[in-house]
Design a protein around this ligand. Structure first.
Ligand code: DGY
Length: 322
């Protein structure tokens, strides 16, 4: 008998076909996110679950006595209650590596868009406001040959460094819970304490996973340390930043601009004040959203799933559950 799994999010056909070769399965057929009660019902008799972002907590685990593995189609796994999963001996996997360059590209897109005011000036042109004469009100900031500060030096951080250092001639500082001497040497980057990084950087990129230690990492005190010309980028998770403090920093000119791929509530509440600011570039959490990368992520999650429910150790078991 094949193991039984539930696919709780949409995945490409070829990934579904791969799962079908190895498992019996049911899946959530709709485009909208699966409602919690449907998910709780669906996990009752399955060995594995493919998902992303859904809370995997005590309540869900209690409903799923056969569950052996939850496989996220994302690199982030802040949706896992790691202690509860460990207790129930449920494996948890993510999709590292396959999305690094795609997310790093998007981070540079946000840096360029925010510094050179690309979305704002795109609207300006389309609204017929472009006239001959003094164009100094349209000036932005240079990205090249400035200082880039990256908070969170994982694989995506390294991909950002390469672009900054070798493409844009930037000086790169980083902060990470563990210092990485080999990366410092290989890529020519400098470790800085968080406050120093915030004071010295022209571009500050938040790329850290969401953990109890990084929740609200950047708030009023941190924005106050930044240069008035700083551009702040968040491509990690919304909960790492105090959004009220960010709004104040942007609207009061404490910092120059922000590029945000993530929000505390997603989809973002249309009434969120950050959406009213011309100097905040706002995206719907699309760091990894290219067709190729999303296919690679879904396939990576599917392989983890099949391995886990077939009695093999999946390649991307998350560190805390090893
Ligand atoms: C992830 O995979 O966790 C990213 O946030 C997706 O963009």
């Amino acid at each position: 008998m094949k193991p039984k799994v539930y696919i709780a999010r949409s995945i490409p056909k070829q990934v579904e076909a791969y799962i079908a070769e190895h498992c019996d399965y049911e899946k959530w057929e709709e485009e909208s996110a699966i409602p919690r009660e449907k998910l709780l019902e669906a996990v009752r008799d399955v060995d594995g679950l493919l998902t992303s972002g859904t809370a995997i907590d005590q309540e869900l685990l209690d409903q799923a006595p056969r569950l052996k593995a939850v496989c996220n189609a994302s690199v982030g796994y802040n949706n896992f209650d790691l202690a509860a999963m460990k207790e129930k001996k449920v494996m948890g996997t993510n999709t590292p590596s396959v999305l690094d360059d795609t997310v790093a590209d998007l981070v540079f897109g946000l840096m360029l868009a925010a510094a050179r005011r690309i979305p704002e000036l795109d609207r300006f042109v389309k609204e017929g406001k472009w006239e001959k004469g003094d164009d100094s009100p349209l000036f932005g900031l240079d990205v090249h040959h400035t200082t880039l500060g990256i908070i969170g030096m994982g694989r995506i951080g390294e991909a950002i460094v390469k672009r900054g250092k070798f493409g844009f001639g930037m000086n790169v500082l980083y902060n990470n819970r563990r210092r990485k001497p080999q990366v410092e040497q290989e890529l020519g980057i400098t470790y800085a304490e968080l406050d120093d990084l915030l004071k010295q950087s022209d571009f500050i990129v938040l790329m850290t996973p969401l953990t109890p230690q990084t929740e609200n990492l950047i708030g009023r005190d941190q924005f106050k340390l930044m240069k008035n010309t700083a551009v702040f980028i968040n491509a990690s998770r919304g909960q790492t930043v105090d959004e009220d403090a960010l709004y104040e920093a942007l609207s009061e000119g404490q910092i120059y601009a922000a590029g945000l791929d993530v929000f505390r509530d997603e989809p973002v509440n249309p009434a969120n004040r950050l959406l009213t600011l011309p100097n905040a570039v706002t995206l719907p959490h699309i760091g990894s959203a290219t067709a190729k990368t999303r296919l690679d992520m879904a396939m990576c999650a599917a392989k983890n799933l099949v391995d886990a429910v077939s009695g093999r150790t999946p390649a991307n078991l998350v560190e805390e559950l090893k």
